[in-house]
Ligand binder design. Structure first.
Ligand code: SAM
Length: 261
């Protein structure tokens, strides 16, 4: 398979969007917190020298990462997110930067921890090459990312209205593993979990996505939500998927990996 990741995400716009979401992000981020907590449990035991939280967002996991590391770095594309993170945990060293072009020396990290951030990168193969460069031999990449199957209910609802891409593309999980191993990482843990969220109505569901800054779609943005009538039609389409317990479902397929460099 040729690489087909999120392609043309405009990183400047992405950083602004996440930056704007930063102040209220934690209120909407229950799912992200659950994923990150599980990911923390996968970090190999012991104290590690230099640990990076890649795409640290509001820094929710920094306090838990601190005792595992001699030196803790926290990097994010969005300065607004870093501002929140700094207020929460000032002991870390904060860096504003791009995961695909890290402002870090080769072999300078012992552990890269990254929860639900790398799905926003342009190219997984470029990202994995960059991470392979900065992680020291024997160091770890511990990540959680979204894979194919995520947000499918929303994708299906939109497909009833038009043929534009309203929901990001997510890679198939086996493909991600192949790319990781092709890059030279050795896999010590690999797991895929479906997380099902439930909402009372479409408004809450869309607010939930907007609240964490995740409403941006990759590629050329075509036919956004666009007015009341479209929203009403989307609502009708989504209603077809209301589940037996009376909620609108939204699924996330999360891939958790622990790789050794
Ligand atoms: C869904 S939030 C997750 C934040 C945090 N890890 C958590 O789980 O709460 C995604 C974060 O990744 C950051 N991000 C997206 N693309 C990035 C990139 N190319 N480099 C660094 N950070 C990035 C965003 O700015 C945002 O803070």
């Amino acid at each position: 398979m040729t690489e087909m990741t999120v392609g043309a995400v405009d990183k400047q716009a992405l950083a602004l969007r996440f930056g704007h979401a930063a102040q209220h992000y934690d209120r909407y981020a229950r799912f992200q917190q659950d994923v990150g907590q599980h990911l923390l449990s996968l970090i190999p035991d012991g104290k590690h020298e230099v640990v990076l939280d890649l795409g640290c967002g509001t820094g929710f996991f920094l306090q838990s990462l601190q005792p595992l590391s001699e030196q803790l770095l926290a990097l994010d594309l969005a300065s607004g997110m870093l501002h929140q993170a700094r207020q929460r945990h000032e002991q870390a060293l904060f860096l504003c930067g791009d995961a695909e072009q890290l402002p870090l020396a080769a072999a300078s990290l012992d552990v890269v921890f990254s929860s639900l951030a790398i799905q926003w990168c342009h190219s997984y193969t470029d990202l994995l090459a960059e991470l392979y460069r900065v992680i020291r031999p024997g160091g770890y990449l511990v990540f959680a990312t979204l894979c194919q199957g995520s947000l499918d209910e929303l994708r299906r609802a939109w497909a009833c209205l038009d043929s534009f891409d309203h929901v990001n593309y997510f890679v198939p999980e086996p493909q991600l593993r192949t790319w990781s191993e092709q890059q030279g990482f050795r896999c010590v843990h690999w797991e895929s979990r479906k997380h099902g969220l439930q909402y009372q109505n479409l408004r809450d569901l869309l607010m939930g996505l907007k609240g964490i800054g995740a409403s941006q779609v990759s590629g050329v943005r075509q036919g956004g939500l666009g007015g009341r009538e479209r929203l009403r039609r989307l609502e009708c389409a989504y209603e077809q998927q209301r589940d037996l317990s009376g909620f609108l479902p939204l699924s996330y397929e999360v891939c958790y990996g622990v790789l050794v460099r």
